[in-house]
Unconditional design. Structure first.
Length: 616
């Protein structure tokens, strides 16, 4: 079977589901995992832990002389956010664009993450950007990481972004200089860069995080973060992940989120023994990855990707899309499909209230999750292991996963699941290994598949020591109590600085679509400023206040759902540590992604740069 051309209907799910009993079970499982520190249970991968983030295993660092440059635009980050911002700047006629990237090439998350088994876990045809412009179709529904990384390089070549790129360079500080109306950028290379405009595009998966386990530095064996995979130690390469050097090694992998689910089958295949350390199990549906249907690819009409992205968004973020086919047809859209089928069974669907809709969706949520739990029981032979691998929480409390090999890997005699839900994590590391549930497990290697700084405070996510705007005001202090922006992309007191990612913007189910929309808008403002001879742009206080009020007045209250979820990065580890629930999506524009796009397009069409102070 090939991918791309199929549509589908509802998925069969168990009907003998006791919602009340499961609701109580979910609450029990959530409570036993809550930690008072919340997201502060993780430690930063800088300072004494720099080896877990700041060492590039892919590109040797080549010494060079410090740069002394003036430039029109510095784009900080070479992943999707930076690439798409730079692409739209080029399209808008801005030529003097320099992408500054810590890694040795473009790709961002796809540059750094080269662990065995890495694939896109959203459908590639929606997720991978600029497919039509580069006349490229991914080879399968869930593309391999190497294919996506190569596409990122191709974007850089196609739009001439390599000419100004500054790779293997970490930005250390940004300071606005009023006298020259530019941002002064300092780096770990002692560069002195002066940029008229700065685009912040480091992305939410920019910086690895570590669980704050006592004794990390005491462990005498080998260890690394999954986003800095060490093939010199494991054997194999990212193109041929035969981990033959692990044949005599006992390995622990800490973390069973989307990354761990992809890695574990390879460790099980090659290591002498694998300890999979799990606090909360992921949902793991079938992958059924399929090659792209060549006839479908040849039949595509211009605009197909944006149409498909909108279809995906409708079935996921908007809940369902009555009257539309589901083009994507996978585990991300199942809940929407099944809920839609229930709605269409009503005598008068148009009279359904929001409360009725949410009630139907909740019922279908419980059925879907029960289907996934029964899949675990069908595939995992040991009853106790199977029970520990069953996810007891609502769908979308954690990032959904799919993999055909993960669950069967636990039937291997050399694979042991170490469930640490009762102790809420690993107790400590020792010189020889790790201690969990009072038992020491000697290992040769520990791999941290512990994710990224997604909901921690903004200074940790940007991994820039200081960002000082006008009058020396710190951005980190300015945003400490919440974002203050116009359209999520500019902030008063920080002239000529633009933000991408999850701030106060409309959110798509597909992150690349977010970046494309933001990149287009930022490029318009910068190009207009340059064309009009405008030296600075920043929001008026009134416009910024009005946008913040709009964000908060129209916000949808998801607290009941978030507070009922098991701790994870989607709900800021359940709150704690002096913080409540902080969404990994920032403070979204509640009317939605496409309404946000329409709002920005209308703003640009008026050609007045309204809400911005224009310096001359």
């Amino acid at each position: 079977m090939t991918a791309g051309s199929t549509t589908c209907g509802p998925t069969p799910t168990p009907q003998d589901v006791d919602v009340a009993a499961l609701r109580a079970k979910y609450e029990f499982e959530r409570t036993k995992r809550l930690r008072s520190e919340g997201s502060k249970q993780y430690v930063e991968t800088g300072g004494g832990y720099a080896q877990f983030a700041e060492v590039d295993p892919h590109t040797p660092r080549v010494e060079r002389d410090p740069l002394d440059l003036d430039m029109d635009v510095a784009v900080l980050g070479g992943g999707f956010g930076g690439l798409l911002s730079a692409v739209h700047l080029k399209k808008a006629g801005v030529e003097d664009v320099h992408v500054i990237e810590m890694g040795g090439d473009f790709g961002g998350v796809w540059y750094w993450n080269r662990y065995p088994g890495i694939q896109c876990d959203n459908e590639s045809y929606c997720y991978v950007p600029l497919l039509e412009e580069l006349d490229f179709i991914p080879s399968k529904k869930f593309a391999d990481g190497a294919e996506i990384q190569q596409h990122c390089r191709n974007i850089g070549k196609h739009f001439g972004l390599y000419d100004g790129a500054i790779f293997s360079t970490q930005v250390r500080a940004l300071r606005w200089d009023d006298e020259i109306a530019r941002w002064r950028i300092t780096t770990d290379r002692d560069d002195d860069l002066r940029a008229r405009f700065v685009v912040m595009a480091s992305g939410p998966f920019n910086r690895p995080k570590l669980p704050g386990i006592p004794g990390i530095k005491d462990f005498s064996g080998h260890s690394f973060h999954s986003s800095r995979w060490d093939y010199d130690y494991t054997g194999g390469t990212s193109d041929d992940p035969v981990l033959d050097k692990l044949a005599d090694k006992a390995v622990a992998i800490i973390g069973t989120g989307a990354t761990g689910v992809q890695i574990v089958p390879y460790l099980g295949r090659y290591a002498k023994h694998v300890y999979v350390v799990q606090r909360t199990p992921s949902t793991v549906d079938e992958r059924n990855n399929r090659p792209t249907d060549p006839q479908w690819a040849q039949s595509l009409e211009p605009g197909w990707q944006k149409e498909r992205q909108r279809n995906f968004h409708s079935w996921t973020f908007e809940g369902m899309a009555l009257g539309q086919p589901d083009f994507v047809c996978d585990f991300w859209t199942e809940l929407g499909r099944n809920t839609a089928a229930r709605v269409l069974e009503l005598e008068d669907p148009a009279s359904m209230t929001p409360e009725q809709f949410m009630g139907l969706r909740e019922e279908e949520d419980y059925k879907l999750m029960e289907r996934l739990r029964r899949r675990v029981a069908d595939l995992v032979e040991d009853g106790a292991t199977a029970e520990a691998l069953k996810p007891y929480y609502r769908f979308l409390c954690k990032r959904p996963c799919s993999n055909d090999d993960y669950l069967p890997t636990f039937n291997r005699p050399n694979v042991t699941l170490v469930d640490v839900s009762e102790s809420k994590g690993v107790e400590r590391l020792t010189e020889r290994g790790f201690v969990a549930n009072g038992v020491e497990y000697p290992v040769d290697c520990i791999i941290y598949a512990s994710g990224f700084e997604i909901t921690t405070e903004i200074s940790r996510r940007y991994s820039i020591d200081a960002i000082h705007g006008r009058d020396g005001v710190s951005l980190y202090d300015h945003w400490r109590d919440g974002f203050k922006t116009l359209h999520g992309m500019t902030s008063r007191g920080f002239p000529n600085q633009f933000f991408t990612g999850f701030t106060q913007v409309g959110i798509s189910a597909n992150i690349a679509a977010n970046y494309e929309l933001q990149g287009e808008h930022i490029a318009y403002v910068i190009a207009e400023a340059l064309a009009r001879g405008i030296s600075t742009v920043e929001p008026t206080q009134e416009a910024q206040d009005r946008w913040c009020a709009t964000i908060r007045e129209t916000a949808i209250d998801n607290s009941a759902f978030d507070n009922a979820c098991t701790p994870g990065y989607y709900n800021n580890e359940g709150g704690g540590g002096g913080e409540g629930i902080v969404s990994h999506l920032g403070e979204p524009y509640a009317p939605g992604f496409y309404a946000f796009g329409d709002l920005l397009a209308a703003w640009r069409s008026r050609d007045e740069m309204e809400g911005l102070v224009l310096g001359t």
